[in-house]
Design a protein around this ligand. Structure first.
Ligand code: F6P
Length: 521
């Protein structure tokens, strides 16, 4: 069996959720808290240093019971089983979805073990200085060349774990924007820089162009035989990597059963292992594995990703919330939202269901956000008093890493105050006019984690991975392909011919023709 193919809107639970929505949509959370002194306990989960408080949502016990019934009716349990047992649930590409296998300590696939060993010995050599460049000097800088899943995850994690970093300076080049490439090369010494080319397919235009440009830049001073000491690659396409000129011992394998946006746990995370050392990289994987076990083995009543996913479906499909916001109260997580945007939107931005028919209900989540407290001084006004309902995740860490108590108290005070303000509004406060009135009743989840460690970060990322999977199952869509992106890649070949060579044959549209003519003029 692959995945169940059940239209969620045809379930009994959906019908009952619609009725329940009609009956409860005017209920205020403020009142629910007043009426139930135990609400915060009933609607929160404590797990492995995480407190996930989902009590500030427009839900009651019946909402959750019906949402779980929905999960049962769309056969979520069977879908989880299918993913974890390696069924080809990425049906449109006929592939298994195995990112959890990359961190399946205890029962790891031999090829994953071998690759982890290779990552370990390589990173140890680079970090210790044993790996020498072409003039005999040790490596000081690393540049990851990749895009999408071959960039966003490693880049986000390297920033998130900056506290745990060693002496290596790790940079990321992703955009085919040549100015970006040249800026990224500024100040780099060819003799002490190592380039990691990361591309699952090794066909991605941006990555190959950037890799060629950087290779040429390297060869301005070094020779062809020196490439082996400065370029390594991560890919499934071993042939293409070899023809790029990378020595076979410098190739780290990847597999088709790992989706690009879920690949930071594989050798795609080589730059992470270099930046923080192999042991921290392994802890990151272990944290994710712990979340995998929680997700796989915990009943839906207390299953963090399942509950977060179902609440999100509640807002998306019954309240018609247009987007969700994520606000980490940690500058270390400043790239988390961009990372989640690929994971969530590339996965669930689908309008065709698993039977191949167009859906007639909402799917996908528009996810956006930024770090707190900065976001409070930017877009929070709209969440607080705007006309849109924007469920927001607040992510915070109980302890800071550098231990500055005054800062940490202020940071957390702001985080908690915002969820409180969004809930209570100006209820009970006399305001002079309507402009100052703030209705509150705006939903939030708070994910309060003891400390930002490689382990807790791994669990946090895996939590969102599983959340998006659950939503894809409920919406009856395939979360693990990305055909829309593929079309854009194809069309870019035609526009490139037109821009570079003046060959307008493939360009039918007059607006596109006009733009290209202007570019060429
Ligand atoms: O953006 C589409 C996509 O296929 C992503 O899914 C992937 O992460 C990215 O391109 C990069 O692909 P590759 O690793 O094959 O270069």
């Amino acid at each position: 069996m692959s995945l169940p193919k059940i239209n969620p809107t045809k379930t009994e639970a959906w019908k009952r959720l619609s009725e329940h929505f009609d009956a409860t949509s005017e209920v205020l959370m403020q009142d629910q808290f007043q009426e139930d002194p135990n609400r915060a306990n009933s609607f929160s989960i404590t797990w492995n240093g995480f407190l996930v408080d989902y009590s500030k949502n427009r839900i009651d016990l019946e909402t959750l019971q019906l949402l779980r019934q929905l999960a049962d009716e769309v056969k979520l349990k069977e879908a989880i089983e299918a993913q974890f047992t390696g069924k080809h649930i990425n049906e449109t590409e006929d592939r298994a979805v195995g990112h959890t296998e990359l961190r399946n300590f205890g029962s790891m696939k031999p090829e994953v073990c071998e690759t982890l060993d290779k990552i370990k010995s390589f990173t140890e050599k680079v970090i210790s200085g044993e790996w020498k460049g072409y003039t005999g000097k040790s490596i000081t800088h690393i540049v990851n060349i990749g895009i999408g899943g071959s960039d966003l995850g490693p880049d986000m994690v390297c920033d998130a774990l900056a506290y745990y970093k060693n002496h290596l300076d790790v940079r990321f080049v992703s955009n085919v924007d040549g100015d970006h490439v040249m800026e990224s090369l500024k100040g780099l010494d060819r003799e002490t820089t190592l380039f990691i080319i990361v591309s699952k397919t090794f066909t991605t235009q941006e990555t190959l162009t950037n890799a060629q440009t950087i290779r040429k830049w390297f060869l301005e001073d070094a020779g062809e035989t020196d490439v082996a000491k400065h370029f390594v690659a991560v890919s499934t396409n071993l042939e293409a990597v070899s023809s790029f000129g990378i020595a076979s011992e410098n190739i780290f394998p990847m597999w088709n059963w790992v989706g690009g946006r879920f690949s930071l746990w594989s050798a795609v995370g080589l730059s992470i292992a270099c930046a923080v050392g192999y042991d921290h990289f392994e802890s990151l994987l272990k944290g994710a594995h712990e979340m995998d076990l929680h997700f796989k083995d915990t009943s839906f009543e207390s299953n963090i990703p399942v509950i977060l996913a179902l609440i999100s479906v509640w807002y998306s499909n019954f309240y018609y919330a247009e987007s969700e916001c994520v606000v980490p109260y940690s500058q270390y997580l400043s790239k988390l939202v961009a990372y989640l945007q690929q994971g969530i939107m590339e996965s669930n931005g689908k309008g065709i269901d698993r039977n191949g028919d167009p859906v007639d209900y909402e799917t996908g989540t528009i996810v956006w956000g930024s770090t707190g407290t900065n976001a409070q001084h930017a877009f929070f006004q709209l969440i607080q008093q705007g006309t849109k309902l924007i469920p927001t995740d607040f992510i915070a860490f109980k302890n800071s890493l550098h231990g500055n108590e005054d800062h940490q108290n202020k940071l957390l005070a702001n985080c908690v105050a915002q969820t409180e303000a969004l809930l209570q509004g100006t209820k009970g406060i006399t305001v002079e006019n309507n402009f100052k009135e703030f209705t509150g009743n705006r939903p939030t989840n708070t994910i309060l984690i003891d400390s930002l460690t490689p382990r807790s970060l791994g669990s946090l990322i895996a939590m969102y991975e599983h959340k998006l999977f659950v939503q894809g199952i409920v919406w009856n869509i395939f979360s693990y392909d990305q055909w829309g992106v593929e079309l854009g890649k194809k069309l870019a070949k035609g526009t490139l011919n037109a821009i570079a060579e003046g060959d307008m044959e493939a360009i039918d549209n007059q607006s596109t023709q006009k733009l290209i003519s202007r570019i060429r003029s």
